[in-house]
Design a protein around this ligand. Structure first.
Ligand SMILES: [Zn+2]
Length: 279
């Protein structure tokens, strides 16, 4: 149809220039609603493929707090300014990474497993990022501070430890590093109580969930007691049973995690039953 907003035809050739398509109408309504923090149910306009701008404006004016696109534009500008401010702040804060990389005034050594070399770090930063590290570093009357000025995280290898520290210092990690170490980082986030890293790993796992890694995600989410991630992984496995259960990976998984295998079987049974009921 000839829409005065998204149509490719020049607007000067388009009489009467006040008609918009259903998609633009929906989009405009949603933006205006979002602007006023009222992401209520936007009216369902399916079935009508033609709305007029006058209709859109009168729909807005039925709610006095919505002032159309003027408000929306103001809001977008404010968001843009906030984004710039956040970027500057982030740049400023990521200065900590330089202190890690260049070993500036480091005062503690973090040692990975397998006799790999230690990485110099900063007590204050570790204590600020994790209550567990704070406890380890605290030297009160009851316990001594770490011996040899070293904390050993034997469950992590050198690369994993390097990534953990980089995240603690910068709040971010390069995509290829997250992809490679997401499981060990997730377990570290759980063990050392670093909720932001936990969330970061969860997003990575949710975004890359597929038939070849779903069992790993289920196993990790169970280890870290992440119920929402576990539910998502379990549902995904149930929906893709055929591609998952006839693999060598499933054999190894079932031997190692009998309780999770029982949960998969039960969830699958319920799924089959529900599907039969709806047919
Ligand atoms: Zn349109």
């Amino acid at each position: 149809m000839d829409c005065s907003i998204c149509s490719a035809m020049p607007f000067i050739l388009r009489p009467p220039r006040n008609t918009i398509c259903a998609a633009c109408y929906e989009g405009a309504r949603t933006i205006i609603t979002l602007t006023t923090n009222k992401v209520d149910h936007v009216e369902n306009t399916k079935g009508s493929d033609n709305k007029t701008i006058t209709g859109l404006l009168s729909a807005s004016s039925s709610n006095p707090s919505i002032k159309g696109f003027g408000n929306a534009l103001k809001w977008v500008k404010e968001m843009k300014e906030m984004e710039e401010e956040s970027k500057e702040k982030l740049n400023y804060l990521s200065g900590f990474v330089v202190a890690l990389r260049d070993h500036i005034h480091t005062d503690i050594l973090i040692k990975p497993g397998n006799d790999a070399p230690s990485i110099p770090a900063h007590r204050a930063l570790l204590a600020a990022r994790s209550d567990i590290f704070k406890n380890i570093l605290d030297s009160d009357g009851c316990k001594a501070p770490p011996s040899n000025n070293t904390i050993t995280l034997s469950e992590l290898n050198y690369d994993e430890l390097e990534c953990l520290l980089e995240f603690l210092y910068s709040g971010d990690l390069a995509k290829e590093k997250v992809e490679k170490h997401v499981y060990s980082l997730s377990i570290a986030a759980d063990k050392y109580e670093i909720p932001f890293l936990q969330k970061f790993c969860e997003n990575q796992m949710l975004g890359s969930l597929n038939t070849s890694n779903a069992l790993d995600v289920l196993e990790i989410s169970d280890t870290c007691s992440n119920t929402s991630l576990k539910e998502t992984a379990l549902n995904f496995i149930v929906k893709n049973m055929e591609d998952i259960v006839f693999t060598a990976r499933f054999d190894a998984f079932a031997l190692k995690n009998p309780h999770l295998t029982v949960q998969i079987t039960r969830a699958s049974f319920i799924d089959i039953k529900n599907r039969r009921l709806t047919v």
